[in-house]
Design a protein around this ligand. Structure first.
Ligand code: K7E
Ligand code: CUA
Ligand code: CA
Length: 650
């Protein structure tokens, strides 16, 4: 096709086939070398779909994307937001769709001098400090971002994200798109999957998010205080429930195996998590020894009833009640807290269809996706289904390395195939018919090459009842030849795909600084932000120009000042060498977009104050001299003149 040889301006573009073959071969060889050949060979049919060549590349057979068809012209707004994790960068990012333009980076578990995250007292309080006032953690690893729900769709109140590195959950308030709370979860490592519930599991009148569920991927000693460090057979992992409003940890469940991704049902009753290490292995070979692992379902109402009935214990210093969700303790379905549904080898990802009927677990080491019926899981808990495996209603072969699944609201699923570097579109009802024995149906309806090695894929409003089947994004782990080279570290690609027709169409590539994993695509009209803050929301606000002052209490100095373009409220601040100085700044400008900065030369102080906001810093005046305070954020024609003097007397 033409667009493979030249770009929009007619510049020749190298064909990608050589690179693709190389990547595919090496990825498969690597897995085979790691002893995974058997997993990949687990295809049931003679000619598995998985090894068949891609039927369609970049929209073969589809109407070509016309130049400009999805352009967002200057002055025009995008129609969707993407809220994306940022991996080991520790932040959350916002993109506009379909442009792919980066709109904001929200610092969460990382430091950000631009806004002063990790520098201001307010941000440090949210991030958590050690007794000496320094930050407890300065780094994190976000993988998943999910929004709060009302009536089965986004309500634009909160986003939550996980920190896999230091076991924390963070909340972002969506009116300001800023992190407002971080909670460290006790006794977990590898906190990976996260998902809010969609309505209250107990009180059916509450039709919004009340709890957030967190999976832990790694086993660890319980408690992790030095005991059992040489005996991993004693380690286990906990599933955690966090209160959506207070952000307190409500309870935990001890499980067999581990937890990876998390999904929740629309009725609020079930949380699910895929397990790749049901073997409780601590060596790679052990984690891959079983032919089947599991998708575990938690009966939330029963978990909470068990805690109320006092059937819980605690671990170490943690006060959080823990209940036993292991196989041994949950033999009777009618009282069981957990239901372990067997799924093929080392699954990755669990996603719920927008009609609420099916959970899909991807095979990763099996070329299949497993479809589990929500209704049948409920039946198992009611004692009406003998074997948890009977809750599986389809298991189509879809390709190599399936990871994550998105939905279009029209009955189709879109699964990322890491090894095949494709998104495969398959029809859920057709897969069910095939599983029932109808050999004439082919569940896979389309494939599209992506560049390269996709992790998550997600569709517009796809995790809500309002899934609209317009856009699909493929978050690709490798970009190789897709962008200008910039040295050894490559940027990653996010590829936007049009899924409105029978055939998927690649719209464009946009770049993503490593390493986003998951994201949600939210209709722009759903998101309600506030462009100018309320001064009263900041308890330490310096509310009047007359309040500009310096107060001394012993060797502690408190500076209260205002900013209003192009002036700070104090032209000079005088302290003594050795003082502990707290400077509080309130921005009195009310004009949207009129942000000021506050930097002090040689004092490593740097933050911004948006209109009507207040931020403060505390530091030691450890160097005598005169140091300019200046506005770091361009605000006014006299921005460069917006200065003040910080005098530290000997
Ligand atoms: Cu598949 Cu951490 Cu969601 Cu990455 S996880 S891709
Ligand atoms: Cu104030 Cu720049
Ligand atoms: Ca396994």
């Amino acid at each position: 096709m033409d667009h493979k040889e030249t770009d929009i301006s007619g510049t020749p573009v190298l064909p990608d086939q050589g690179r693709r073959n190389f990547l595919e071969t090496t990825a498969k060889a690597t897995l085979a070398g790691a002893g995974l050949a058997m997993g990949l060979a687990a295809c049931k049919s003679d000619k598995p779909a998985a090894t068949a060549p891609a039927k369609a590349a970049e929209g073969d057979g589809a109407r070509a994307v016309a130049p400009g068809e999805f352009d967002v012209h200057p002055g025009k707004l995008d129609s969707y937001y993407i809220f994306s994790s940022a991996g080991h960068n520790g932040e959350v990012r916002i993109y506009g769709l379909p442009s792919g333009r980066t709109l904001k980076r929200i610092p969460v578990f990382n430091l950000d001098p631009m806004v002063g995250w990790g520098i201001t007292n307010e941000s440090k309080k949210i991030m958590g400090t050690k007794p000496d006032g320094t930050l407890k953690y300065t780094t994190g690893d976000t993988h998943h971002v999910h929004g709060s729900y009302t009536d089965g769709t986004y309500d634009s109140k909160y986003l939550w994200t996980n920190d896999k590195l230091n076991g924390r959950i963070a909340r972002i308030r969506m009116d300001r798109m800023e992190c407002d709370a971080i909670t460290e979860i006790p006794n977990v490592q590898g906190f990976h999957g996260i998902f809010p519930d969609k309505r209250d599991p107990v009180d059916s009148n509450i039709n919004h998010t009340t709890r957030v569920f967190c999976g832990a991927e790694f086993h660890s000693p319980q408690p992790n205080d030095g005991r059992d460090v040489n005996d991993p057979t004693k380690w286990f992992a906990l599933f955690t429930c966090v209160d959506a409003e207070s952000m307190d940890v409500r309870w935990q469940v001890k499980v067999d195996g581990n937890m990876d991704l998390v999904a929740t049902s629309y009725d609020g009753k079930l949380a699910a998590t895929n397990q790749y290490n049901t073997e409780n292995g601590y060596l790679l070979a052990d984690m891959m020894s079983a032919e089947r692992d599991a998708c575990v379902f938690f009966n939330i109402e029963r978990v909470e009833a068990a805690i109320k009935a006092g059937k819980s214990f605690t671990i170490g210093d943690s006060k959080v009640p823990v209940v036993d969700g292991t196989h041994a303790a949950n033999q009777d379905p009618k009282t069981a807290l957990t239901c372990y549904v067997p799924v093929p080898k080392n699954p990755h990802g669990v996603n719920l269809s927008p009609d609420g009927k099916y959970f899909v677990c991807s095979g990763k080491l099996s070329p299949t996706a497993t479809v589990i019926a929500t209704e049948l899981v409920h039946k198992w808990f009611a004692g009406e289904l003998k074997d948890p495996r009977d809750a599986v209603v389809a298991e189509p072969e879809i390709g190599l390395g399936p990871l994550h699944t998105a939905f279009d609201g029209r009955g189709n699923a879109y699964t990322s195939l890491f090894l095949d570097s494709q998104i495969v579109k398959w029809n859920v009802e057709k897969a069910i018919a095939q599983y029932k024995g109808d050999k004439s149906v082919q569940p896979v309806v389309d494939r599209i090459d992506v560049h390269y090695q996709p992790g998550h894929t997600y569709a517009s409003m796809g995790e809500t009842k309002e899934a609209d089947g317009k856009f699909l994004n493929a978050g690709n782990k490798f970009s190789k030849d897709r962008f200008l080279p910039v040295g050894p570290l490559h940027v990653e690609t996010e590829q936007l795909i049009d899924i409105t027709g029978d055939k998927m169409r690649l719209i464009h590539d946009h770049t993503a600084y490593p390493e986003p994993h998951d994201a949600i695509i939210v209709r722009a009209d759903v998101v309600k932000t506030k462009q100018v803050s309320d001064m009263n929301d900041f308890p330490n606000a310096v509310k009047s120009m007359d309040d500009n002052r310096v107060e001394r209490h012993g060797n502690k100095v408190f500076v209260y000042m205002t900013s209003q373009a192009p002036n700070y409220g104090l032209a000079e601040i005088k302290v003594k060498h050795g003082d502990e100085v707290t400077i509080t700044v309130t921005n009195h400008d009310k004009v949207e977009d009129l942000t000021h900065g506050f930097g002090i030369e040689k004092y490593n102080v740097n933050f911004i104050i948006n209109p009507q906001e207040t931020h403060s810093v505390t530091f030691k005046a450890d160097k005598p001299g005169a140091f300019w305070i200046y506005c770091t954020h361009f605000c006014h024609a006299l921005h460069l003149e917006m200065r003040s003097r910080f005098i530290v007397e000997k």
